[in-house]
Design a protein around this ligand. Structure first.
Ligand code: ATP
Ligand code: MG
Length: 341
C-alpha cells in the first residue's frame, strides 16, 4: 500500500435537503447538533443538498425558496458563517464530480440494500429517478470530498454512512492508497429519530404529505399547540421508568422531543413527569416547544426578507468549501489515472 495520507484532521460535514420546510426532526436530529459541533472548535461544513432534493420532483420556484429558507433556518438556529462553511451543494461542482467516480466504485448489490430507496420509491420503484437510486453514492462524495471524519446525522442516515465507509474502503483498496478516511457517523442525543405525530412507527419528514405529522420550524404558536394537542398518544399516564415506554412509541416520541428541546436526559424527563396524564404533559410540551422554536422562526422570517444577503453568504461559503474540495478532487483524478493538463 502506498500511503498518500495516514491521518486525517478532524472535520465535520453534514447536509439537509431543501425538499420542503424544516421540521422539528431536522432541528433536533441535525441542526441543533450541528451548532454544538460548530462550538466545539472542530472545522465544520454544512450544506443545503439541492442535488439530492431533485431526486424527487421539485417545483423550481419552491426549490429556490426552500434553499434560502433552509439557509435561514441554519443561521437562525445558530450556524455562524464566520465559524462554519455554509453553502449549497450545486455551487460546489466537486460533489457531483466525485459522485460520478463513486458511482463507478459502489456496487449494485450495495445500493439495492438501501432501505431509504425502498421507502421513498415505494411500490412504484420502476418509475423512481435513477438519481434517487444513486443518491447514497453522491452522499458519500459530499462527505469524502472534504475528507470529513465525522458526520452528525439522524438515525435514518446510519446505513448511508456505512455505505460511505464501504465506498472509501473499496476505493482505497482498489487503488492501493489510504486516501479517503473511514468516516464516523455521530448519532447522539434524545432525538436521533423523531417520529411522526400521527404514526409512531414512521419518521417525521418534511416530505410527508400530512402537515399534521410534523412540526415545521415556521409554524406559529397556535399551530404548534394544535399539532401537539392532536398528536397520537395512548390513554396511560407516563410511567415511572424508561422501560415503561418500550411498547409505547407515540408516548416515547413526545418524551424524547421534550428531553431534546429541554436539553435534559430522557430519564430526567420521566422522573419529573412520572404519573402525568397526556392532558398535563402535552401542554407542558407545547410551552417548551413554543419557547424554544419561536425565536428561531422569528429570526428565519427576518432573514427571509433579504434573500440577496442569504445568496451572498452561500456564495462565500461555497468559495471556502471549494478551497478544500478542489485539491481532493484533483488528487482523486490523479490516483484514478486521469490526464490533467
Ligand atoms: P425528506 O423527507 O425529503 O427526506 P427529511 O425530513 O428526511 O426530508 P433530510 O434532508 O433527508 O430531511 O435529512 C436531513 C437531516 O435531518 C439528516 O441528518 C437526517 O438524519 C435528519 N432527520 C430527518 N428526519 C429526522 C427525524 N425525524 N428525526 C431525527 N433526525 C432527522
Ligand atoms: Mg430524509
Amino acid at each position: 500500500m502506498t500511503e498518500t495520507e495516514t491521518s486525517f484532521t478532524p472535520r465535520v460535514f453534514s447536509g439537509i435537503q431543501p425538499s420542503g420546510g424544516l421540521t422539528l426532526g431536522n432541528y433536533l436530529g441535525a441542526i441543533k447538533r450541528f451548532v454544538d459541533m460548530q462550538e466545539s472548535g472542530i472545522q465544520t461544513l454544512y450544506c443545503m443538498v439541492d442535488l439530492h432534493a431533485i431526486t424527487v420532483w421539485q417545483d423550481p420556484a419552491d426549490l429556490t425558496r426552500n434553499t434560502r429558507e433552509l439557509a435561514a433556518g441554519y443561521l437562525a438556529a445558530g450556524i455562524d458563517p464566520s465559524k462554519s462553511m455554509l453553502f449549497n451543494q450545486s455551487q460546489v461542482p466537486e460533489h457531483a464530480q466525485l459522485g460520478w467516480i463513486f458511482n463507478c466504485v459502489a456496487r449494485m448489490g450495495w445500493m439495492k440494500r438501501m432501505t431509504q430507496f425502498k421507502d421513498k420509491a415505494g411500490k412504484n420503484a420502476e418509475n423512481a429517478s435513477l438519481g434517487l437510486f444513486g443518491y447514497p453514492a453522491l452522499m458519500a462524495a459530499d462527505i469524502l470530498i472534504y475528507h470529513a471524519t465525522h458526520v452528525p446525522v439522524g438515525e435514518d442516515q446510519k446505513q448511508h454512512i456505512e455505505l460511505t465507509r464501504d465506498i472509501a474502503a473499496k476505493f482505497n483498496h482498489d487503488f492501493g492508497v489510504d486516501f479517503f478516511p473511514m468516516t464516523e457517523p455521530v448519532i447522539e442525543g434524545a432525538a436521533t429519530r423523531v417520529m411522526s405525530l400521527r404514526d409512531g412507527s414512521k419518521k417525521m419528514s418534511k416530505s410527508d404529505p400530512s402537515d399534521m405529522s410534523r412540526i415545521n420550524m415556521t409554524d406559529d404558536a397556535d399551530t404548534i399547540a394544535k399539532k401537539i394537542r392532536k398528536a397520537k398518544t395512548d390513554p396511560e399516564p407516563l410511567p415511572e421508568t424508561l422501560d415503561g415506554l418500550a411498547e409505547r412509541p407515540e408516548a416515547r416520541n413526545l418524551v424524547n422531543i421534550y428531553a431534546a428541546l429541554a436539553d435534559q436526559s430522557v430519564e430526567a424527563v420521566i422522573a419529573e413527569h412520572a404519573g402525568a396524564q397526556f392532558g398535563a404533559f402535552k401542554p407542558a410540551l407545547v410551552d417548551l416547544a413554543v419557547d424554544k422554536l419561536a425565536p428561531i422562526s422569528t429570526e428565519m422570517a427576518r432573514l427571509m426578507n433579504d434573500p440577496a444577503e442569504i445568496d451572498r453568504l452561500l456564495g462565500q461559503g461555497a468559495a471556502q468549501a471549494r478551497e478544500i474540495a478542489t485539491p481532493i478532487l484533483e488528487k482523486t483524478y490523479d490516483i484514478v489515472g486521469m490526464v490533467r493538463s
